[in-house]
Design a protein around this ligand. Structure first.
Ligand code: GTP
Ligand code: MG
Length: 199
């Protein structure tokens, strides 16, 4: 298959309802995690773009699902973050409705990138998502974000805690990542490409 052209990426749809989900059969990679964990920052690094996915200083604003069409080959799917305390009850139910609808739709993701804040560790909501992934059998990888906030000892402790976490499958790869450092995105990109069988 021809090489992926990362210059050919567009936001196909910022979907607030099921009817707006893309209807073609391209594979999907969905990014899941709590609000503010760094989903949009990771997507920008993977696509080598600065401002494509909006990085928010004010978290929790996105209750749309953003579908980035990557060179007409697959979608990177930026899910709205969960666990944002200051969201209203109405916004929260909007979140779970659209994410539930997406995850149970026929275009559910081929692989999920589950982000966990390295400094905070898995939250209750993260555990709920991990349980869901284990139950449905959707393949997933874990990305531990914001590793720049940890020193070496803290990092090793965190990594060990994730590796032995009962809800993280033994065969799920765990990637450390910091959006402030150049390294890290390459391994995650290669892993995604290999799962999707593109290059
Ligand atoms: P929502 O869209 O609200 O769900 O958030 P998100 O998960 O997309 O997080 P986003 O990428 O917008 O990042 C949230 C905040 O964390 C921003 O202020 C980022 O600059 C910061 N941030 C993201 N990644 C890193 C990282 O690796 N290290 C540090 N120190 N800060 C980061
Ligand atoms: Mg975001």
């Amino acid at each position: 298959m021809a090489k992926i052209n990362l210059n050919n990426v567009i936001l196909r749809m910022s979907a607030g309802t099921v009817s707006q989900f893309p209807k073609d059969s391209l594979p999907h990679v969905a990014f899941s995690g709590r609000s503010n964990v760094g989903k949009s920052s990771l997507i920008n690094k993977l696509l080598m773009r600065k401002g494509l996915a909006r990085v928010s200083a004010a978290p929790g604003k996105t209750v749309t699902i953003n579908f980035y069409d990557v060179d007409g080959k697959f979608y990177l799917v930026d899910l709205p973050g969960y666990g944002y305390a200051k969201r209203s009850a109405q916004e929260r139910s909007g979140w779970s409705r659209i994410v539930d609808q997406y995850l149970s739709s026929s275009s559910f993701p081929d692989v999920v990138v589950q982000l966990i804040d390295a400094r905070i560790g898995p939250t209750t909501d993260d555990n709920t998502m991990l349980s869901f992934l284990n139950e449905t059998g959707i393949p997933y990888i874990v990305v531990a974000t914001k590793t720049d906030k940890l020193n070496k000892t803290e990092f090793e402790k965190m990594f060990q805690a994730l590796r032995t976490h009962p809800l993280i499958a033994k065969d799920a790869e765990i990637f450390p990542f910091s959006a402030l450092k150049p390294e890290g995105a390459g391994d995650i990109r290669r892993k995604i490409f290999s799962v999707l069988n593109v290059n």
